[in-house]
Design a protein around this ligand. Structure first.
Ligand code: ADP
Length: 242
């Protein structure tokens, strides 16, 4: 996935807010990128534009080589349904449905009859193969977020977008979800973009991109074997905020 000279300007009365101010960046297939930056730096706007939830004011966005900027609304709806997956801070599971039924939903929305082995496989990929019949209220927060992850991946999206996926979880269950994300990247080369403000969460990625005032201000490549990753990420973040 790639962004070229992307700008997003919001108008507030007579004022212009440049939420993204000339962002050019590539996210190679099969890599896990964390996006960090102070509040208001443009992280959510970047994610929303990149995922086709919002349109940039200028510039181009490509997913798997295809330009998505400038697509009409029906093409963008199809893109969101078939080519990208989302997980949010709120798990957004349907309370009355089981884990397996929640995971099936995107296939049903796409008019496909869910194949039971496909759903079982998605649940085992996130370590929940033994819980297909549980309802969200019978699962922990970390387990619920992993159901949401399986649901995001059932359509085999080109890119997975995660917006503060561990924001509502405690340290231990956050780790379950982050390890699950990492495993998907390592085993299935799932291209993943995650917005987070937590240096520990960001340390699971291959690279951390730092935004400030709508521009890319810094970038940190992470070495898998480096135990000091969270503190290195936190130090860069502190430098950005100074
Ligand atoms: P972050 O996710 O890093 O906190 P955002 O992408 O939410 O940053 O916001 C970037 C800037 O754009 C901020 O100044 C924010 O106030 C502004 N902004 C975001 N969404 C809107 C909107 N819908 N209307 C007006 N301004 C917005």
């Amino acid at each position: 996935m790639e962004l070229r000279a992307v700008r997003k300007v919001y108008r507030r009365g007579t004022q212009e807010v440049r939420a993204l101010d000339g962002v050019s960046i590539g996210f190679p297939a099969g890599t896990f990128t964390a996006i960090m930056g102070p509040s208001g730096s443009g992280k959510s706007t970047l994610l929303q534009c990149a995922a086709g939830l919002d349109e940039p004011s200028a510039g181009q966005i490509f997913i798997a080589g295809e330009e998505i900027s400038g697509m009409d609304e029906s093409a963008r709806t199809a893109l969101r349904r078939d080519r990208v997956g989302f997980v949010f801070q709120a798990f957004n599971l349907v309370a009355s449905l089981t884990a397996a039924q929640n995971v099936e939903l995107p296939l049903r929305f796409a008019g496909r009859r869910p194949d039971r082995t496909e759903v079982a496989r998605a649940l085992s990929e996130v370590g929940l193969g033994d819980r297909p019949g549980h309802r969200p209220s019978e699962l922990s927060g970390g387990q619920q977020q992993r159901v949401a992850l399986a649901r995001a991946l059932i359509t085999r999206p080109d890119v997975l977008f995660a917006d503060e996926p561990t924001g509502a979880l405690d340290t231990r269950t956050s780790r379950e979800v982050l390890a699950g994300l990492r495993r998907l990247v390592d085993r299935q080369a799932q291209t993943t973009l995650m917005v987070t403000h937590d240096p520990v969460a960001a340390s699971y990625a291959d690279v951390v991109v730092f935004l400030k005032d709508g521009q890319i201000a810094d970038r940190l490549e992470l070495d898998p074997g480096d135990g000091s990753k969270p503190s290195r990420v936190a130090a860069r973040m502190a430098r950005l905020e100074a």
